[in-house]
Each structure stands twice: as C-alpha cells, then as structure tokens.
Design a protein around this ligand. Structure first.
Ligand code: MLT
Length: 334
C-alpha cells in the first residue's frame, strides 16, 4: 500500500473535506455504513467525448443508482492519462474519488521514467469494466485503400505522414508504436489530450491516420466519415462486419485491445471498495449498458471480472507483458 503524499489537488480536496466532516460515511471514524453520503467523482484521464469518457458516462448513472448516490464525471487531461492517475493516487482514500483508466495504467511504468505513482502500490483495484477493440483509421481522402496499401504508403512517405495519438501511454500511442514497429517505419506523431479531439481532426483531414478504440470510431466509420483499414482483434467486430482483422489484412503482429478498470486510492476502506465493485457489477448487467456497448463494438466484462481481485491480477500480468513488449520495441522512457 502506498504512502499518502501530502499534496492533494484542490478540486478533489473539497470533496474529501466535505466527506470527512459528514457523519456516518467514512468520516475518519472508520464507519462506512452510510457510504455514499455525497457525490462521488469518477476522474477520466482523457478528453470529454472520447472513448474512455464514453464508457465512463455509460456506467456512471447505473452505478450511482445501485449505490443510492450521485456520480459526477470529471475529465483531467494530460500526458497520456498520467496526470489524472497521479492526482487520484494522491486523493483522500475515502471512496469519493474514483479513477477510470485503461491499458495505459499498465504501460505507463515502462514508458515514463518518473511516473510519480506506482499502479500496484498507490491504487486499490475496484473491477474491470470492458475490453475494447481498436481500429486503424484514416482521414477519408488518404489514398491507400487497404492496410497493405497503407503500409506501403507510409513507408514511401515517412517524412510527411502524420499519426495522431492521445499522448505517451495512451492506447492510441501504444497501438501506433506497434503499427510502426510492424511496418518498419518511424512516423511523425501528433499528440492530443484524447482521441475525441484527434478524431475530429481526422474527419477534418488535419491528420492522416491513427489507431483508436471502436467506442470512438464506430459512428464515424459507419457514417463513412473516416476510412477503416482493420480491427486489432483476432475476430472481426460484430458492429463493423466489413472491416477485416489485422491478421486478415496482413499485419498479424498488430494485436491490441483496450481493457478498462476502476481504481480508488490505496488505503480506501475495503467495505467501500466492495460497494463500488458491487455497483459496477450491477451497472454492467444493465441491458441499456450492454446494448450501448454492443453498438460501439464492445461488451461489459463478466461479474467475476468486475471484482478487485481479478482486476488486480490482470493489472499485474499486463504490467509485466507490456513492460517486455515496450522494452523489446526499444521505446525510450521519458
Ligand atoms: C481517450 O479516451 O481519449 C483514449 O482512451 C485515448 C487513448 O488512450 O488512445
């Protein structure tokens, strides 16, 4: 369990202070029976309107209903999700500050020399949420028609092709690294605060291509506003039946899907973690959530996976796996 650092961000401190002053709840007396007694904030580490935000807002209301409280979603952008994670790591461990994060929680230790937090020590896991396929997508008028054509095109135009991502450590960054490694190219990367704004620029033709989650790209692919070359999963995605897998398209090395999970600061009372986990399981069983996720190419995890134990085991395994992949790819930590 991590040592609490003295600095607590102002926005979150107000929430935590109010909790400490309220009776019942976890007001410092260890009694958690009244939880929640005030708004819970789920911090999203990327822009509003992007894939992480979309998934968070899908589950926020059903979770709040299950808890008998209110949940506010707050976007804290920056540095591929590490700014938000760093802030939540330092928040009061009272159950009123929750982090939604994705695969980036497991890649950041290998990508950042001075991360400022340790995923396994500074957080308690609440449960996994979903696992989202990625798509390789491009501005509508980029010349290549297939993934093989795209590979040839980027090789021939390395000095001018732009690859968007949501910053070092973001899923789009990781997928972009795997693409470049598979294609044997080094491209000019354009970082955004999230793939929500990156997608807007892709539709507008300001950047050439990117890897992004189906929860963000499905609508624009279906509407014909962007080109889709491949999905990065072994099977095709039901809601995008015409988009081939990377294996079918000739780039089997490009395999990545983006798992999401909820976290609270280490030291949060286990009863509160269990309440949050139970609410998450109820939200993921909600038919409206299942339907919305299916439309965007994904699905909720099972109730067994939406538990602190399974989530923690997955995080441990993923830190090890991606640490090796990133080291083998020769990516420098910054
Ligand atoms: C987002 O919500 O913007 C993302 O999950 C970005 C990413 O990780 O690529």
């Amino acid at each position: 369990m991590g040592t609490r650092r003295p600095r607590i961000i102002a926005a979150l401190a107000a929430v935590s202070l109010a909790a400490a002053c309220s009776p019942g709840g976890d007001g410092g007396d260890g009694d958690t029976t009244g939880y929640p007694e005030q708004n819970i904030t789920i911090v999203v580490p990327f822009s509003a309107g992007g894939p992480t935000d979309t998934v968070t807002r899908m589950i926020a209301d059903p979770m709040a209903e299950a808890l008998g409280g209110k949940i506010v979603v707050q976007n804290v952008e920056g540095a591929g999700g590490t700014v938000a994670a760093g802030q939540v790591a330092q928040a009061e461990p009272d159950g009123y500050t929750v982090l939604m994060h994705h695969i980036g929680m497991s890649t950041a230790p290998a990508l950042y020399k001075d991360l400022g937090y340790q995923p396994l020590e500074d957080f308690a896991t609440v449960g996994l949420v979903t696992e989202v396929p990625m798509t390789v997508v491009a501005r509508p008028d980029l010349p290549p028609a297939t993934l093989a054509d795209l590979t040839a095109y980027v090789k021939a135009n390395q000095d001018k092709v732009t690859l968007a991502n949501a910053g070092r450590g973001a899923a789009s960054h990781l997928c972009g690294l795997l693409f470049q490694s598979a294609a044997g190219v080094k491209l000019q990367e354009v970082p955004y605060q999230g793939t929500g704004p990156a997608l807007t620029d892709l539709v507008g033709g300001q950047v050439d291509f990117m890897c992004d989650q189906t929860t963000n790209t499905s609508g624009q692919i279906t509407a014909g506003k962007i080109k889709a070359y491949a999905v990065t999963t072994p099977e095709r995605v039901k809601s995008l039946p015409d988009v081939p897998t990377t294996t079918e398209a000739g780039m089997p090395q490009l395999q990545v899907s983006v798992w999401h999970g909820l976290y609270v600061p280490a030291g949060t009372p286990p009863e509160i973690v269990q309440k949050l986990s139970g609410a998450l399981q109820k939200a993921l069983a909600d038919q409206a959530v299942i339907d919305q996720m299916a439309e965007l190419g994904t699905a909720p995890v099972t109730a067994a996976d939406a538990t602190p134990e399974t989530h923690r085991a997955h995080l441990e395994e993923q830190i090890e796996t991606w640490g090796k992949v990133i080291a083998d790819a020769g990516v420098q930590a910054s």
